[in-house]
Design a binder for this molecule. Structure first.
Ligand code: FES
Length: 460
């Protein structure tokens, strides 16, 4: 039986993103077996892998951290709780006992064959087999890679979601829900503390452990079908779960949340950054690229959310400086969201172009950070259109994305015609445009294919 690894696990072991592995499979450089990778095949494609280098296990995490500048959701902790670690070690111990028993049976069989050959007088074969059996085993690269995989399985469990096929890792002290949101999945949830039942999902295979008591009461049928609350348990082993995910704006209800101002920071002459925090028990559900209505100090505005849904309770907005005087730290801002349909086409299978100017960057930032969090590196090119001599106000952030992601290009240009020169045929691209009316009308003149436009009612 070949040793098989899921694509996500393989990516972690060789220190690349999952989309890099997928590309190699598409290009025929790597072949799969039942949708998984053989360890030997992985080593053939990545012969330079430094098996003993434990830094490689952190590489994918670093890519995301460098690209988003955030540690995303709160209370991040490197290691699972003691209870979870013990449960995982017990589970792996049982597997080890099974492997050891199988190995012992094979050894006994080899000895028996060897003795039989001696009995039948086949000296040359008997001699050869004796030498092979006695050869001291050395640790092969494949075995070393599997040893690293075992360490990964103690630190993190992989969860596959059906029917979508998405997968993610549960790390540290995260609940399954926290890990899913951190990975950019739009799974259903509500209270996040075990009351509402909105996050319930069926555990199809694998073992979970409850990490917090919950008030929600399962029906007998739900118990029989092995339903669990994703906000109240974590994964002990790799899991397959059946869970609903939001795919379209209509899948998420309109929510009203009282948030608090946590940060006010000047971005440039015209814009400031507003960071709001939702209450611990009421995280806002939204899709990247959507906007919110904000009410504060007799003012009501609509603004795109500039952060990724994976940032949990922290919501970022880039607002006109004229509103700054109406806001102060810890002030309550009433928020109604989500609105709008400027969201990614499901799973972004095609390469994407993002076109923005200073006015449209917030939803583009949210989309790109979401793509990064969901390990879906199909972003091809980000264009920032500006006539200004000075750098765009989040120029350094865009450059850091380029440093972190091999496949992303970033161009600051004065005219949208540059895009048509670079890409005369855009028929294979998803094109997302967010910006001023001038940018949108310039795009309408030069782009002949269908594209997605960020539309907002009211103040940008
Ligand atoms: S989100 Fe309400 S019970 Fe889990």
């Amino acid at each position: 039986m070949p040793q098989l690894l899921s694509l996500s696990r393989a990516a972690r072991l060789v220190g690349v993103t999952r989309s890099k592995i997928q590309k190699k499979i598409q290009n025929g450089e790597l072949s799969t077996f039942e949708g998984k990778l053989q360890v030997t095949e992985l080593l053939r494609a990545y012969p330079e892998t430094q098996i003993d280098d434990t830094h490689m296990l952190e590489r994918v995490k670093q890519i995301k951290a460098a690209a988003t500048f955030t540690s995303s959701r709160e209370h991040e902790s490197a290691l699972p709780s003691q209870d979870v670690l013990i449960a995982r070690l017990i589970k792996l111990g049982k597997e080890l006992v099974e492997v050891k028993s199988a190995f012992n049976r094979q050894s006994e069989l080899l000895d028996t064959i060897n003795n039989k050959l001696a009995e039948f007088g086949d000296d040359s074969l008997h001699q050869w087999l004796s030498t092979e059996i006695q050869r001291s085993p050395k640790l092969e690269p494949a075995a070393q890679l599997l040893a690293n995989d075992t360490v990964l399985r103690i630190i993190a469990a992989q969860v596959k979601v059906i029917p979508s096929g998405h997968d993610f890792f549960v790390e540290g002290k995260d609940s399954i829900l926290e890990a899913a949101l951190r990975a950019g999945l739009a799974v259903n949830y509500g209270c996040e503390n075990g009351n509402c039942g909105a996050c319930k999902a069926r555990i199809v295979s694998g073992e979970v452990q409850t990490i917090r008591n919950h008030d929600y009461v399962f029906t007998d049928l739900e118990k029989q079908m092995n339903y669990q609350l994703l906000c109240s348990c974590t994964a002990i082993t790799d899991l397959t779960i059946e869970a609903a995910e939001a795919h379209n704006p209509e899948d998420i209800p309109l929510q009203q949340v009282d948030t608090k101002v946590k940060k006010l920071e000047q971005l440039n002459e015209d814009l400031f950054l507003l960071r709001l925090q939702t209450p611990r028990t009421k995280t806002l559900r939204f899709l990247a690229g959507q906007y919110a209505t904000l009410q504060f100090d007799n003012t009501e505005i609509q603004a795109f959310i500039a952060s990724c849904p994976c940032d949990g309770r922290n919501l970022e907005f880039h607002l006109s400086c004229k509103f700054k005087k109406n806001l102060k730290l810890n002030q309550i801002v009433k928020l109604e969201a989500p609105h709008g349909d400027f969201v990614l086409q499901e799973d972004l299978k095609r390469p994407a172009l993002f076109i923005t100017d200073d006015k449209g960057f917030p939803p583009i930032k949210s989309l790109i950070e979401h793509v990064i969090a969901s390990d879906n590196e199909t972003i091809n090119h980000l264009y920032w259109i500006t006539n200004d001599e000075t750098e765009p106000y989040q120029h350094n952030l865009c450059r850091s994305w380029v440093d972190a992601l091999d496949d992303l290009k970033y161009t600051r240009t004065q005219t949208i015609n540059q895009i048509v020169t670079d890409y005369p045929d855009l028929s294979n691209f998803e094109v997302y445009i967010a910006g001023s009316d001038d940018l949108i009308s310039a795009a309408a003149k030069v782009l002949t294919n269908k594209y997605h436009i960020a539309k907002l009612r009211g103040e940008k």
